[in-house]
Design a protein around this ligand. Structure first.
Ligand SMILES: Nc1nc2c(ncn2[C@@H]2O[C@H](COP(=O)(O)OP(=O)(O)O)[C@@H](O)[C@H]2O)c(=O)[nH]1
Ligand SMILES: [Mg+2]
Length: 218
């Protein structure tokens, strides 16, 4: 995909976040989705962790731009700029750690207040491969998901089970909401871009610049 493809509206661009307690497996999920393999030496280096992948969902081309907390969650200092303009999120806990499950509400509040109330979130119960050490049942988490209007899957970044499904399910849900008009890609901070808006809308007539500047809050 080239910049021209984007400008001519041939693909969507969604900003996605991966959130949840440290140790839940967020970096491994991102790595598995981007590289198709398990990240063995998962270190906690602070820095920008970011990945992107182009997928086809419901006949549409979508570039997912995925942000990982880059270890910031260890210090409870995930910044506002991290959340800004995200269209979707994977909210991750570890099925073998009730502690990671107990923090879900905090993450959910942050995502809905700092990203957008309309952010589409999929709850991921990760480390599905460690079923013998499970501390959180599937039923309990699916109830939580239902009560909080989240989609839900159990995943394994180790085996890859349901990893791609989680990202695709979230993207599909966003596309459905765009189709139904529930989400507006043109709205500022929607986390959704579809080509270059200035190329798709009629140019503003001369002399309206001052007026549009007044409408803007910057
Ligand atoms: N068994 C198993 N271990 C995992 C899985 N995902 C991550 N881990 C391990 O859990 C630890 C934390 O993973 P990491 O991705 O760094 O978590 P983060 O802090 O949420 O980014 C690492 O030791 C990983 O190897 C999984 O699906 N299954
Ligand atoms: Mg990490």
């Amino acid at each position: 995909l080239s910049e021209t493809d984007f400008q001519e509206g041939r693909y969507f661009l969604f900003k996605f976040l991966v959130i949840g307690s440290a140790g839940a497996g967020k970096s491994c999920l991102l790595h598995q989705f981007i590289e198709n393999k398990f990240k063995q030496d998962s270190n906690h280096t602070i820095g920008v962790e970011f990945g992107s992948r182009v997928v086809n969902v419901a006949g549409k081309t979508v570039k997912l731009q995925i942000w990982d907390t880059a270890g910031q969650e260890r210090f409870r200092s995930v910044t506002r700029s991290y959340y800004r303009g995200a269209a979707g999120a994977l909210l991750v806990y570890d099925i073998t750690s009730r502690e990671t499950y107990n923090t879900l509400t905090n993450w959910l509040t942050d995502a809905r207040t700092l990203a957008s109330p309309n952010i589409v979130i999929i709850l991921c119960g990760n480390k599905k491969d460690l079923d013998a050490d499970r501390e959180v049942t599937f039923l309990e988490a699916s109830r939580f998901a239902q009560e909080n209007e989240l989609m839900f899957l159990e995943t394994s970044a180790l085996t890859g089970e349901n990893v791609e499904e989680a990202f695709l399910k979230c993207a599909r849900n966003i596309l459905n909401k765009i189709d139904s008009g529930e989400l507006d890609p043109e709205r500022m901070g929607s986390g959704i871009q579809y080509g270059d808006a200035s190329l798709r809308q009629p140019r503003q007539p001369r002399g309206t610049t001052t007026q549009s500047k007044q409408q803007c809050n910057c």
